[in-house]
Design a protein around this ligand. Sequence first.
Ligand code: SF4
Ligand code: SF4
Length: 130
Amino acid sequence: MTNNKKNFITPGCDKDGNLLGWRSVEIGAMVIDAGNSRLYETGSWRSEQPVWNANTCIDCMMCWLGCPDTAIIAKEGHMAGIDYFKCKGCEICVEQCPTKPNSLVMILEENAKDLSLEEKTEFAFGKEQK
Ligand code: SF4
Ligand code: SF4
């Protein structure tokens, strides 16, 4: 397994993006550069991902407040989508969302594979709710 995004560091990979065996991973680590979390693809750990329905969203930003990985994208104070490079699929945003029906739902990663954002939205919410 390799990491094709060579400009980013993936935990457990060498500098060329090749996955290391567990014996090669160093025990313990020190974080010495502030703000370096943006370099790490925490999205690679995910088994499920949230999908956003912009049409039912009331822009309350509770998902943004709850997300531990800064994976909710905010533009000028408004909900603008999900950063799947950062999202690790913890589901906190879905739990935070107050709308009925929920404006964020989780789908399995295997179902999201190869789908465009529009197709994912249709898969998660159905055509009539988009
Ligand atoms: S699933 Fe977790 S990491 Fe992903 S956007 Fe929601 S709260 Fe953030
Ligand atoms: S919590 Fe739900 S309603 Fe609020 S901004 Fe996020 S998606 Fe929209």
